[in-house]
Design a binder for this molecule. Structure first.
Ligand code: ARG
Length: 465
């Protein structure tokens, strides 16, 4: 039965009823809806807006509904219009007339604005934990492979020598920014909207601060229209999720490349790989590909949210019911992707020799060869660059590397070269000397790992408070 039956002469058309209903999406907010209602009813009781006894009866009834839902002894009615209607109806069926007082000084518009926040707050905390865990695993690997030489790429062409630890720490930096974006979004979402009513607040003397305290919010919303019409927090979390998925998709793309025979820099554990139904030799990085692929739907969720909100007049419009499906899909997909990614990275085998062998090909120490002429022989960089370019061409012609090219050949191109060049272009020295702040030297990787671990520990202390 509809809440608004008094005003209407007909039942809703059944198909239209389904179309209008949001129960299939918002039933996941059942516990949050109940928690919000308990706080609201307690506040109503405290303020003398409803009787103390009624308030207690309502809260008890709601707690029992929460328990029954948890135990599975109460099923959510799929024909209910939304979770708010279902909970209120169930309460009234159980406790009688007191239940009818729950919705005093409240609208589903401020109620839903609260429920989404409560749901996202819990999910946000879970994602924070997962991201911190992934960063921790990357730090472990980076520490272990802080001195492992690999080619760094630009244009996917071997460019300059770096360390595998440094490469992994680049992802830690991205993920730390993602974490801070999440913290930001959660902080801005930390606003309690109940009391906004349908749009114009209420004439009842509510203690909104009390409701906020009961629900663990640090602030109350300051404008009733904005309180019910704001969905910035959904878009912000969808953007945070999208940006994080961009980063995960880049990492996963690299894992896919690194698993190929063309690279063979890493081997994924069998538990996180798949085979082929026809090709017996195959071991595929499906998980990494799927994460790469799922990033697309998260961007879609963000676009959908922005397009849904664009141009909406104040205050609540039914369009906004579409918010939950999008933002929940964004965060669910992110959580889903992080779940296998963390153990997959933890268990992957790093094939250091293959990285080293790839680094030895492709003349990635050519810049260091030119730098040697500049530092040791005082040549202008542009001249040193040109001489080294000629040497590379010569090596290609002769099928040699800069390491194996005889000194006479070096000297034929530029007589400034002497024996010292071989030490200058040794890959180990090339990475060891790149110890400028932010560079890939093994000692830098170790201190980067320390710094990131300290940051994580500080964040953890901050969120415990
Ligand atoms: N199911 C609705 C939503 O998700 C709840 C708010 C309904 N408010 C209304 N005025 N119809 O947005």
């Amino acid at each position: 039965m509809k809440l608004w039956k008094g005003r209407f002469q007909k039942e809703a058309d059944p198909k239209t009823n389904d179309f209008n209903s949001s129960i299939s999406i918002d039933s996941r907010m059942a516990q949050e809806d109940i928690v919000g209602s308990i706080a609201h009813a307690s506040m109503l009781g405290e303020c003398g807006i409803i009787g103390k006894e009624e308030s207690e009866k309502i809260c008890d009834g709601l707690r029992k509904i929460a328990e029954d839902l948890e135990k599975g002894t109460l099923a959510i009615d799929p024909d209910a219009e939304d979770i708010h209607t279902f909970v209120e109806g169930e309460l009234t069926a159980r406790i009688g007339s007191a239940g009818k007082r729950l919705h005093t000084a409240r609208s589903r518009n401020d109620q839903v604005a609260l429920d989404i926040r409560l749901t996202l707050r819990e999910n946000g905390k879970a994602i924070r934990g997962q991201l911190a865990e992934l960063i921790g695993v990357l730090c472990e690997k980076a520490e272990q492979y802080s001195a492992t030489v690999m080619p760094g790429y630009t244009h996917l062409q071997r460019a300059q020598p770096i360390t595998f630890g440094h490469h992994l720490m680049a992802y830690c930096e991205m993920l730390l920014r993602d974490l801070s974006r999440l913290e930001d979004a959660l902080r801005r979402m930390d606003v309690m909207p109940l009391g906004s009513g349908a749009l114009a607040g209420t004439t009842y003397p509510l203690d909104r601060e009390l409701t906020a305290r009961l629900l663990g919010f640090s602030q109350v919303s300051q404008n009733s229209l904005d309180g019910v019409a704001d969905r910035d927090f959904c878009a912000e979390l969808a953007f945070f999720s999208s940006m994080t998925m961009v980063h995960l998709s880049r990492f996963c793309e690299e894992l896919v490349l690194w698993c190929s025979w063309e690279y063979k820099f890493v081997e994924l554990d069998d538990a996180f790989s798949t085979g082929s139904s026809i090709m017996p030799q195959k071991k595929n990085p499906d998980i990494a590909e799927l994460i790469r692929g799922k990033s697309g739907r998260v961007f879609g969720d963000l676009m959908g949210l922005l397009a849904m909100m664009k141009g909406l007049p104040l205050a609540y419009n039914k369009d906004m019911q579409e918010d939950k499906e999008a933002v929940f899909d964004a965060i669910d997909t992110l959580r889903l992707c992080l779940t296998p990614l963390i153990p997959m990275v933890k268990t992957m085998t790093v094939l250091e020799e293959n990285m080293r062998a790839a680094a030895a090909k492709g003349f990635i120490n050519a810049t260091d060869c030119a730098d040697y002429l500049v530092a040791e022989k005082g040549m202008p960089f542009r001249d040193a660059y040109k001489a080294t370019g000629e040497l590379v061409a010569l090596c290609i012609q002769k099928g040699l590397t800069l390491e194996t090219l005889p000194l006479e050949e070096y000297r034929r191109v530029c007589d400034n070269f002497d024996e010292g060049v071989y030490e200058a272009i040794s890959l180990e020295k090339c990475v060891k000397d790149r110890k400028v702040l932010g560079g890939p030297a093994p000692e830098n990787v170790v201190s980067q790992v320390r710094r990131v671990r300290e940051l994580l520990a500080k964040m953890e202390r901050g969120t415990e408070k």
